[in-house]
Design a protein around this ligand. Structure first.
Ligand SMILES: Cc1ncc(COP(=O)(O)O)c(C=O)c1O
Length: 372
């Protein structure tokens, strides 16, 4: 195919420009303003559960402020999802915390509650858990929340990939004490770059606002008693977010339809699609496949084959405990062997762009089938 079929790219509509235009018309070209305020309110109304939002320049910035709010200090052990993007866990290092990585389970590919329980036995002093919902599939929240509660630990929920997904009817991004979503260019809705920190505690939202705006104390002059950051979202960018939010459900429906088409087409192949629990509603941000063991097809070779046909596919996130930068960090599994190493080895992410036509998806499907 001449045209490249991408993994996931932004899909814009008409409203984004009108919110941007309004910012220009009012000359609100600043990292604050009515689009930021309204974007926060509109997203929190959408999510429910009494969240207060703070719009920021990235999901990573939001995770950093979440780690600070959770009180992570130099040397503190933080129990983290292992199979995720590095941005989930890097902010722990910004504050000098020490990540201990937790293996995945097979039903959702997310943090395994049994491994988390084992980690608390080994590190009873751990007071913070950072959990990501991989590829928009909700994790086993009941079990994880119960374990956190029992051990008096604060949960940071990284819902960067999971906006509009729900677990037992409750939106991802509302379960933790501190929650994060991302509007990076490849996410289900985007502001080109951006993120939001969410919490039910207005005082914590205000503290994060203070840090995100250079930690300026309320004095007539510039007074600083803490280290601050320049993390706020621009009022122009927030306008894109407001326009995108109007189409979030539609994006989720398109993502779901793409997943279902792959699922149907691959029914007879020796593989499974990325799994999820009944009574949960993934947003299917990325459709992924896990090849059966000894099926004769190698994930990296399949990615290369798709690449030769101008189709973008990617490996599953390489687990953090396998990353050179985290060499020496502990990694806890429930059983004898690592589940996530196996998923990484046999899995791949498929094109999930919501502008992909049925004809283009059939093209991808045919290449994959030809490999078996
Ligand atoms: C799971 C996860 N966490 C965090 C991030 C970081 O978000 P951002 O790119 O907005 O900083 C991303 C994506 O980029 C992600 O996929």
């Amino acid at each position: 195919m001449e045209k490249r079929i991408p993994l996931a790219t932004p899909t814009m509509h008409a409203e984004e420009m009108s919110f941007i235009q309004e910012a220009f018309d009012k000359n609100w070209i600043a990292p604050l303003g009515f689009n930021c305020d309204n974007f926060e309110k509109e997203l929190c109304d959408y999510l429910g559960e009494g969240q207060h939002g703070l719009s920021l320049c990235s999901g990573t910035a939001a995770l950093h402020l979440a780690v600070k709010l959770a009180g992570v200090k130099r040397g503190d052990v933080v129990l983290c999802s292992d199979m995720t993007f590095a941005a989930t866990v890097n902010p722990v290092s910004y504050e000098g915390g020490v990540q201990v990585f937790i293996d995945s389970e097979r039903q959702t590919w997310n943090m395994d509650p049994a491994a988390l329980e084992k980690a608390f036995e080994k590190y009873p002093q751990a007071k913070v858990v950072v959990l990501a919902h991989l590829y928009g599939t909700p994790a086993k929240m009941d079990e994880i929340l119960e374990i956190c509660r029992r051990h008096g630990a604060v949960l940071i929920e990284d819902a960067a990939e999971a906006l509009s997904a729900a677990y037992h009817g409750r939106a991802c991004g509302t379960f933790g004490s501190y929650n994060v979503v991302s509007f990076n260019g490849n996410k289900i809705i985007t502001t080109s770059g951006g993120g939001m920190l969410l919490t039910v505690r207005p005082e914590d939202r205000n503290k994060a606002f203070f840090w995100a705006t250079q930690a300026r104390e309320p004095f007539p002059w510039y007074q600083h008693e803490e280290i601050g950051y320049n993390y706020r979202m621009s009022n122009v960018v927030a306008g894109i977010g407001r326009g995108q939010l109007l189409h979030l459900e539609e994006h989720r429906e398109r993502k779901t339809a793409i997943y279902r088409r792959y699922e149907k087409a691959f029914r007879d192949l020796p593989m499974i699609m990325n799994p999820y629990l009944p009574d949960t509603k993934p947003n299917f941000w990325l459709s992924c496949m896990l090849l059966d063991e000894n099926c004769g097809v190698d994930a990296m070779e399949l990615i290369a084959l798709l690449g030769q046909h101008n189709v973008e596919a990617r490996p599953i996130w390489k687990p953090m405990h396998m990353q050179p930068v985290f060499a020496g960090h502990d990694f806890i599994t429930a059983g004898e062997t690592a589940v996530d190493e196996d998923i990484f080895k046999r899995g791949l992410c498929l094109p999930s762009d919501i502008k992909m036509t049925e004809q283009e998806q059939d093209y991808v499907i045919d290449i994959i089938k030809s490999a078996f």
